[in-house]
Design a protein around this ligand. Structure first.
Ligand code: ARG
Length: 624
């Protein structure tokens, strides 16, 4: 198997330049050769910017440095020989790959793994990529986490790591007990039929349970203070007493749930089933690989919390503070965070954070995580740093196999906004139901596809399948194409456009390339994958250079956890293909050899596009 670096001209050239710098300036042998793709194709394919920082470091003129590097560079078989004319401006060195080198690198890339053999030292990576809450309808706020998280999980899998997805379902605690208590009461009274309940019903029951447990103590005190009439006072007292009763019932329900009381538990289970059915169906429609086996809800940690907190106390890691138990994190080794991590409240109850510490313990100690990735919105950053800091301090985050702390990364993301620049809501100010949003996207995609097809009739069933793929591609691409930390404005029109950097454009580009290949005769098709690559025209060369960037781009997504780099790359690749195809006839090329070389470029481009879209979790099509 060739060295992964050998596919990548940047790596090959960097190697040669490193040697040249070491020969010219032994005292600065560690200097970065700074090879980048050239911004001006007429000057070269790549450039080295090493001379400028080296000049500063060595107190010499950049031009002199560049000349010394050029004199010492041995580019032999890789690039055209360097001359004084290769140096531009203050000391940029321009490079041009040899045509046969480009062909050779490309045929090496054109292997089954497309330049991405499994990493030598695979890591176990746990990706926290979804956290729906029971009895709550999924809305647009639940879109980003699974889309980005699944793309990252697929990237790491593609690189050869062992990935464990975790759906940290919010399925425990007093609010869940409140709705469980209410439903149990209503079911016992015959008011509702639990076997036919929907998530919308649950959503309403959740809000009603919250309201009925709301004790308006302040209202009552104010009414007393301002000497409200006896009627108003009596009303308020009654409301508070009702709420007290509902609240007490919820507390008892939580205790019963902890003890797995069969009747109470059955109601809870029903709530969980109805919620998860919608959640998993949404994931399936989104082509997000999250299934029942990835569920690890808060309830699954419930029994571990008390012993864990006892462990923290006995080892002096958690301490008392105003009646609560906290883990202090001011030490830079634990994050240098002012606010301590609270693991038990004054009333003895555990918190969201306690569960997340238990989750880190399980993920590292039991699942063997070397790396913990949280794909959660940016507002939870402090919370996550706190629970990771506390877990480090407790030793829970130390991987037992390597003896090293599991790496922690928060792949934070911004919000989805409406046209008005405010969080995306319906016109009446409600949350947009995710299922409705997906349905509307696909319906609009169907209209766009029909319009595009014009006179050409597409059978209805095929049109529906195309619309489904186009709609889902549009929505996922729109979410992945921006820097994830930024907010973005949701726009059906923009995401469903067939021009520009959009999902539909990329799908269409792939389908078009596949159809060019399909239109070749059988003999050429068979010969193309092994054809000798001859890249002479500018269009061929830029396409070849773009293809060679693929492995490095995927690896950079694995490190930075920024899928938009891959999205942008695929758009650049599709654009390079378009320019190539406009300038270089493929099926009508002058010679059979050239025809096969170009067909091979088509074939390879299609493979890279399909592989890249697969990594992003974007469904593709054979025809559209
Ligand atoms: N249920 C949480 C929420 O709605 C999200 C869970 C994220 N994951 C985690 N390990 N905390 O905010």
């Amino acid at each position: 198997m060739p060295e992964p670096a050998s596919f990548d001209p940047v790596a090959v050239l960097a190697e040669r330049f490193r040697a040249a710098i070491a020969r010219a300036f032994p005292e600065a042998a560690d200097a970065d050769p700074m090879i980048t793709a050239s911004r001006q194709a007429n000057l070269g394919d790549f450039q080295s910017n090493a001379a400028m920082p080296l000049a500063k470091r060595l107190g010499k003129k950049p031009r002199e440095i560049a000349e010394a590097i050029v004199r010492n560079a041995d580019l032999g078989d890789v690039a055209e020989p360097l001359t004084k004319d290769s140096i531009a401006g203050p000391g940029f060195i321009n490079l041009r790959l040899r045509a046969d080198t480009l062909g050779a690198l490309l045929s090496r890339l054109d292997s089954p793994d497309l330049g991405l053999p499994p990493v030598e030292h695979p890591q176990t990576v746990v990706v926290d990529l979804m956290g729906v809450n029971l009895a709550k309808q999924m809305h647009v706020g639940h879109l980003r986490s699974p889309i980005i998280g699944d793309a990252l999980a697929r990237t790491l899998e593609r690189l050869g790591h062992r990935v464990i997805r975790q759906n940290h379902v919010g399925d425990w605690g007093l609010p869940i007990a409140m709705v469980t208590a209410r439903l149990r009461r209503l079911a016992a009274a015959g008011t509702i039929d639990l076997s036919r309940i929907t998530l919308d019903d649950l959503d309403r029951a959740y809000a009603a349970a919250q309201a009925e447990c709301k004790r308006d103590l302040e209202g009552l005190a104010a009414a007393r203070r301002f000497g409200q009439g006896p009627k108003a006072l009596a009303e308020l007292e009654e409301q508070v007493m009702g709420a007290e009763a509902a609240f007490a019932e919820a507390r008892q329900t939580l205790v019963k749930l902890q003890a797995h009381d069969p009747e109470t538990f059955a109601v809870w289970q029903r709530i969980a089933d109805v919620t998860m059915q919608v959640c998993l169906a949404t994931c399936e429609r989104l082509h997000v690989n999250v299934t029942a086996e990835h569920s690890a809800g808060e309830s699954s940690y419930a029994a571990e919390l008390a012993p864990m907190v006892a462990d923290l106390v006995s080892r002096g890691i958690a301490e008392e503070s105003e009646g609560a138990l906290v883990v202090r994190l001011e030490d830079p080794a634990y994050g240098g965070i002012k606010e301590p991590c609270i693991v038990r409240k004054t009333d003895g109850g555990f918190l969201y954070a306690t569960t997340d510490v238990a989750a880190i313990r399980r993920r590292v100690q039991k699942l063997g995580a070397d790396r913990l990735i949280y794909v959660i919105d940016a507002r939870q950053n402090l919370h996550l740093r706190q629970v990771y800091g506390a877990s480090l301090r407790a030793g829970y985050a130390i991987n037992p196999r390597s003896g090293k702390p599991a790496e922690f990364q928060h792949a934070a993301f911004g919000m989805i906004l409406g046209d008005d620049g405010r969080p995306f809501k319906t016109r009446t100010g409600d949350n947009v139901k995710l299922a409705d949003l997906l349905e509307e996207t696909v319906e609009r995609a169907e209209r766009a596809v029909a319009q595009r097809a014009g006179e050409r009739e597409i059978p209805a069933s095929e049109r529906r399948a195309i619309a489904e793929a186009v709609g889902i591609a549009a929505i996922k691409h729109a979410d992945l194409c921006n820097d994830r930390i930024k907010d973005y404005v949701f726009s059906f029109d923009r995401m469903l456009a067939f021009e520009g950097n959009t999902g539909p454009y990329l799908l269409y580009a792939l389908v078009r390339i596949r159809s060019i290949f399909r239109n070749a005769d059988a003999a050429s098709q068979a010969a193309a994958p092994a054809a000798t690559l001859a890249l002479r025209e500018a269009g061929e060369k830029s396409l070849g250079l773009a293809l060679l960037r693929y492995p490095a781009v995927v690896r950079s997504v694995g490190e930075s956890l920024e899928p938009h780099r891959l999205v942008q790359y695929l758009f650049d690749l599709a654009s390079a293909f378009s320019a190539f195809y406009d300038a270089c006839p493929v099926l009508k090329a002058e010679t059979e050899a050239l025809r096969q070389s170009r067909l091979r470029l088509c074939h390879l481009t299609a493979r890279v596009l399909a592989d890249g879209l697969g990594i992003l979790g974007i469904p593709t099509l054979e025809r559209m």
